[in-house]
Design a protein around this ligand. Sequence first.
Ligand code: MG
Ligand code: MG
Length: 262
Amino acid sequence: MKKMIYLKTEEEIELLRENNLLVSATLAEVGKHIKPGVTTLELDKIAEEFIRSHGAVPGFLGYGGFPNTLCVSVNQQVVHGIPSNYALQEGDIVSVDCGTILKGFYGDSAYTFGVGEISEQNQQLLTVTKEALLKGVEQAVAGNRVGDISAAVQAHAEKYGYGVVRELVGHGLGRNMHEEPEVPNYGARGRGPLLKEGMVICIEPMINMGRKDVVFERDGWTVRTRDNKPSAHFEYAVAIRKGEADVLTDFSIIEKAIGLAR
Ligand code: MG
Ligand code: MG
């Protein structure tokens, strides 16, 4: 049976925007507290309180049994890291993935932060991963196919010799956090499901400085690079439109909060 892709009404897209703007604001709040010495569990508490104070519920907490509000993945951890008593260190890079549930819909976006001064190599990984996301977004328009997004993300990352994670992919977003279609970060142009107006998808490149291979840790959640080199992760929720994608996530709020915005 063909899997169902739910098309959203304009009202539903606005509810998804509300969710993803709340996720963006939460990531901005978390970003303000990212510095050497803060534990990833402290960041988790900040996020949970912020989300609840805005009348929403953390989207990841309890999802498939996940124990926390944030997925916090440091350095060689790719995604799904569990907040802990680990204290961030100068030079770390830390992916923070956050979800909300508000008015029956989900938000889901992620940003990778540098802790204090980071190496040039790490900075390039962050820059290129975010660029790869934007290359994907350029292709996220009605009439294209999912493979056009995938191929654009992959080509940009591989130009720098980086590894593109295969085991984890982007997804549709709506009343469920993970809906059809899957949105891989690798693939061929012109392949995969047709993009239609009203589709809402998460595009989320997970890009490794070294090889593409990952290992699933025994905690049942954490995914890390097999070669233990760093990995970065940025995620946007976007609504498919004619001509140009409608980005529901707002990184400018985050970058203003951490002093990166111009
Ligand atoms: Mg996410
Ligand atoms: Mg996601």
